[in-house]
Design a protein around this ligand. Structure first.
Ligand code: G3H
Ligand code: 13P
Ligand code: ZN
Length: 312
């Protein structure tokens, strides 16, 4: 099977009450871990690449790694998506360079400017058979060089979504309902709670339209503990409770973005091996343990959080 867009995936996910996992890829081990888990569980999957990933690994290497994963896992739908495209140029470069989906993140701009920019990307993308995700509302956290403080973050306003979707022609919409990027999402001692009231209000305004949740890592405490027990220093790392993500997946949320949990799994594996045996210097000895953790994280998400097992 060739790379697919997310159109069919989202339609099935919306109707079936589950979500498709969008996992960030930066190297071979991560691509292998995600697609092996998805292949074994017969799940559709979205592999997403940030600007930072393209800078780190190079566009061509990432595309070719994903093409290799397609050959190894011919029976599952795989989409290749640009995560947080900051401007038209990076979206164009990914559309021209083999991606099937791009995100134009105009959430930092005023409403009308976000519409203009998104519309321009949509026109180019659709003319080339590629789908587009946009964002309304601001998540707290760090993406590449852009840091949004909790005070500057803002929930998506439901009364803006219909106009935005109609005027831009966009294919899916990322919303801000209390998730944030990174491993430090909530203050210690507070009870994390997503704003399902806002989500349901948005669903009512744009029925049938696929919603995306960014910043949806749950920060597995078993990996935080392993990291800290093996020379790491992750204090008060807290994520989104998985039962709330499960609830979101049953709604109009069709795509759930997870990166930090993969980073934690990989780092826990590498730290454990190197800390226990400082004589090890063959990268395969520690990367294979990190890769196995990433695969276990993805399998758990597919089965227990997203509900996308056997939906390929
Ligand atoms: O949304 C952010 C993703 O975790 C990607 O992170 O920009 O550091 O590659 P990155
Ligand atoms: P996390 O940092 O919660 O994994 O979010 C990833 C993300 O939203 C990528 O766009
Ligand atoms: Zn994101």
């Amino acid at each position: 099977m060739a790379l697919v867009t997310t159109t069919e995936m989202f339609k099935k996910a919306y109707d079936g009450g589950y979500a498709v996992g969008a996992f960030n890829v930066n190297n071979m081990e991560i691509v292998q871990a995600i697609t092996e888990a998805a292949g074994e569980l017969n799940s559709p999957i979205i592999l997403q690449v940030s600007a930072g990933a393209r800078k780190y690994a190079n566009h061509t290497y990432l595309v070719k790694l994903v093409e290799a994963a397609l050959i190894e896992n011919p029976n599952i739908p795989i989409a290749l998506h640009l995560d947080h495209g900051a401007d038209f140029d990076i979206c164009k470069s990914c559309i021209d360079g083999g991606f099937t989906s791009v995100m134009i993140d105009g959430s930092k701009y005023p409403f009308e400017e976000n519409i203009e920019l998104t519309k321009k990307v949509v026109e180019y993308a659709h003319a080339h058979g590629v789908v587009v995700e946009a964002e309304l509302g601001k998540l707290a956290g760090i993406e590449d060089d852009v840091k949004v403080s909790a005070e500057d973050s803002s929930y998506t306003q439901p009364d803006e979504v219909e106009e935005f979707v109609t005027k831009t022609g966009v294919d899916s919409l990322a919303i801000a309902i209390g998730t944030s990027h990174g491993a430090y999402k909530f203050k210690p001692g507070t009870k994390p709670q997503l704003r399902f009231d806002i989500l349901h209000e948005i669903e009512k305004r744009i029925p049938g339209f696929p919603i995306v949740l960014h910043g949806a890592s749950s920060v597995p405490q078993e990996y935080v503990k392993i990291i800290n027990a093996n020379g790491g220093a992750l204090k008060d790392a807290i994520g989104v409770p998985e039962d709330q993500l499960r609830e979101a997946a049953r709604s109009a949320v069709c795509k759930i973005n997870i990166d930090s949990d993969l980073r934690l799994g990989l780092t826990a594996g590498v730290r454990e091996v190197l800390f226990k045996d400082p004589s090890i210097f063959d990268p395969r000895d520690y990367l294979k343990v990190g890769r196995a953790n990433v695969k276990a994280v993805v399998a758990h998400k597919i089965k227990d959080v997203l509900g996308s097992e056997n939906k390929a």
